[in-house]
Design a protein around this ligand. Structure first.
Ligand code: UT7
Length: 327
């Protein structure tokens, strides 16, 4: 389906900034280690009363303002998240209530760090099917609530916040040109998971454990990221009408680690300057990283009308995927 265009973007992040030096006070780490191994310098962390639906709603309001779209015009809200406010109801419904999008159908989508790319793909596919003209696709997280703050392998990487895009069916040759989604659930034990989870609890009697947290095999996930980031771009490009990597003006990758992005630039043999990167300010907000980076580059004018933009997500599942847009 062609002619579905992003007409507004927005970012919603907590105002609390946590620097690498702040983290060095609670775990055995250093600014030097974090910057040299990941590129991250600081990240946003939620206050006690802030949740994924807040970041989603803040981002959505800014995206709707840019698009010049009223909340009642939104037909569909997809929130991609692995850290929903609650297991029930869907965070997308909570967001609907917060922004007053009374006419929208709402659901959450869990594809970890590929969530925003998956969300755009699903919205793009549903638009003709359901007669959806205007959709809000959001990627947002409160990962600080699923982190073990004594584990230096993970707590220095992940963070809170999100971004949103208003996708509108306009026709014409701008907008989403191709999408590509992949998954591989075969990696035992999970390389990237939140444990214990609901599956670990007894059906009778157990109280829900509070000390569940992200666990990760960093090296394996790193190697996967180096493979998946370029594959997502090339897989989506292969589904366009003949675009090649040389036609791509901007790549907006999932922002997990600067070294993964550097390796992908080499693998794709394209200049590193074509990658939009802001992980030094926000860390890894999982489903939030791509829409936050997209919004930054959209607002500061780097992305111009007609540019070919490639989004590339990869993460737990394993999942990965790409979207090619003509801006
Ligand atoms: O959204 C996708 C999610 N995740 C990712 O994309 C993460 C992918 N993986 C990575 O980004 C990297 O593997 C990490 C940044 C997590 C780790 O970098 P690394 O270069 O693979 O380091 P390592 O795991 O090999 O650890 C090297 C050393 C170890 O010490 P020893 O065993 O050599 O003495 C670690 O214990 O660094 C130590 N280390 C730390 N030191 C200071 C691990 N974390 C830290 C830390 N501060 N925060």
């Amino acid at each position: 389906m062609k002619g579905n265009r992003i007409i507004g973007t927005g970012t919603g992040v907590p105002s609390r900034i946590v620097t690498n030096d702040d983290l060095a006070k609670i775990v055995d780490t250093s600014d030097e280690w974090i910057v040299s191994r990941t590129g991250i310098r600081e990240r946003r962390i939620a206050e006690e009363n802030e949740t994924t639906s807040d970041f989603s709603a803040w981002a959505a309001i800014k995206a709707m303002e840019m698009a010049g779209v009223d909340a009642e015009e939104i037909d569909l809200i997809i929130v991609a998240t692995l850290s929903p406010d609650r297991l029930l109801p869907a965070t997308a419904c909570i967001v609907q209530g917060k922004i007053g999008a009374t006419n929208a159908a709402c659901f959450d989508l869990e594809a970890a760090c590929s969530g925003f790319v998956y969300g755009l793909t699903v919205a793009n596919g549903l638009m003709p099917e359901l007669g959806v003209k205007t959709a809000l696709v959001i990627g947002a997280e409160t990962l600080s609530r699923v982190l073990d703050w004594t584990d230096r392998n993970t707590c220095v990487l992940f963070a809170d916040g999100g971004g949103a895009a208003v996708l509108r069916h306009e026709g014409g040759d701008r907008g989403i040109l191709a999408t590509y989604m992949r998954s591989d659930g075969s990696a035992p034990p999970p390389w990237l998971a939140v444990t214990p989870g609901v599956a670990d609890l007894s059906p009778l009697g157990d109280k829900v454990s509070k000390d569940f947290a992200i666990t990760m095999e960093g090296k394996e996930v790193f190697k996967f990221g180096v493979r998946a980031l370029p594959d997502a771009v090339m897989g989506a490009l292969a589904r366009t009408d003949g675009l090649t990597i040389d036609d791509v003006d901007w790549i907006i990758p999932h922002q997990a680690n600067l070294r993964i992005i550097d390796a992908a630039a080499k693998a794709l043999d394209i200049p590193r300057e074509k990658f939009i990167v802001n992980l030094e300010k926000y860390g890894n907000t999982s489903a939030g990283t791509i829409p936050i980076a997209l919004d930054e580059a959209n607002r500061d004018g780097r992305i111009k009308e007609g540019d070919i933009v490639a989004l590339s997500g990869f993460g737990a599942g394993l999942t990965w995927g790409g979207v090619i847009l003509r801006w």
